[in-house]
Design a protein around this ligand. Structure first.
Ligand code: MN
Length: 143
């Protein structure tokens, strides 16, 4: 194992092994997110559209939802709406992963139920630590 890999595993251990649902319709982006998160020790579950994502909300004990805003079947906001109907998921952090970059997009997402916002293209160096910061924020809320 390279020292870089060792450092990444150590970082994942500090924030704990998390189960993360990635909803993204672009296969290359989905693979990239999967590889970054898995290398850091997390368990990644994948969906490519709203219809695939909804059953996973109920089936998997999720620690974090990473959601592309532009996905088939109603968009990321349709998934957020379903999460908010489920009391068991009241503390699930939802982070948008999107290339939306118009003025006001960030504010609109944050006011529609997303806790955070990561912009595409993905910065492979900062993506993992940023996701883990959202995981730690969830741990603090649960205490
Ligand atoms: Mn998309």
């Amino acid at each position: 194992m390279s020292s870089n890999e060792q450092a990444q595993r150590a970082a994942a251990e500090r924030s704990g092994r998390a189960r993360i649902l990635v909803v993204e319709d672009n296969p290359l982006n989905r693979l990239l997110l999967h590889d970054i998160l898995e290398l850091r020790g997390h368990e990644v579950i994948e969906a490519s559209n709203v219809d695939e994502a909804l059953p996973l909300l109920d089936a998997a004990r999720l620690d974090l939802l990473l959601l592309d805003v532009q996905i088939p079947g109603g968009g990321g906001e349709a998934v957020v709406k379903e999460v908010r109907k489920r009391a068991a998921l009241a503390d699930l952090p939802i982070v948008a992963v999107t290339s939306l970059a118009m003025p006001g997009d960030r504010e609109r997402l944050l006011s529609s139920g997303f806790q955070g916002y990561l912009s595409k293209p993905i910065d492979t160096r900062t993506f993992g630590p940023t996701v883990e910061a959202f995981l730690r924020a969830e741990v603090r809320r649960a205490r």
